[in-house]
Design a protein around this ligand. Sequence first.
Ligand SMILES: Nc1ncnc2c1ncn2[C@@H]1O[C@H](COP(=O)(O)OP(=O)(O)OP(=O)(O)O)[C@@H](O)[C@H]1O
Ligand SMILES: [Mg+2]
Length: 245
Amino acid sequence: MSAPQVKVRTGVPGFDSVISGGFRRGKTIVLSGPPGSGKTTFGMQFLYFGAKDFDEPGIFVTLSQSPDEIKNDFKSFGWDVQKLFDDGKMIIIDARPFKMEDGFIALDESLYRGESLPFMHLTQLILSSIKRIGAKRLVIDSLTVLGMQYTNSFYTRRGLQGMVHTLEDQQCTSLLVSEENKTDKTPFEWHVVSGIVLLHHVRKEDTMERAIQVIKMRGTKHSEQIFPIKLTESGLQIIHPRIVP
Ligand SMILES: Nc1ncnc2c1ncn2[C@@H]1O[C@H](COP(=O)(O)OP(=O)(O)OP(=O)(O)O)[C@@H](O)[C@H]1O
Ligand SMILES: [Mg+2]
């Protein structure tokens, strides 16, 4: 008989029941959606409640917003992250492909240039950070910007597979944020990862409505329903009479 699966609680009230109790430990999940749909918020919530309530240290890898902006966003939801940073339970890796130099913007390709395998340097940096703080959770925001650092999609897919394999090997449950795909072509990362969660933000009459949907979650029984979701000053939360937070 196989060992029971360890479930990783997401920190998003209501969402764990949609995926039979949480993500599977060590698996990698793509979180995709349009601008402002709550991808970064979901990622921050996953890390904050993981570190605070489940003693699972976390790493936020940013490729777009600055670390200061991310910290301020955490605080805007009333999530007191400073203690977690001070106690080494959460860290931010600044993986933006540019830097400020004497007040000017300059390219910083130190993490991406001269690699025999895409993602290699970043994966090594993540691995040493996982070992340093004993991280059990990781968010990359975003995979779309990361993938744009490479031109050859064959090698990029191979590099991503290497990164996902490394994270699984460390039993680090990971969310890869990705921008909404509006083409007919399935993004290659959808095949590489274990799970796909979509966030929707669509117009309904004179307002915008938010929703969440699970496209796949390998090895997990999950709902096929699209659930309304709220993004308030306390973060994301599923709104459904039958779903208990
Ligand atoms: N403190 C807050 N209280 C309530 N709602 C907030 C708060 N902070 C942000 N929001 C809402 O969250 C939205 C941004 O969410 P988030 O940054 O998670 O989206 P995203 O999907 O990551 O967007 P992008 O693709 O631009 O990175 C804002 O447009 C706003 O509606
Ligand atoms: Mg974002």
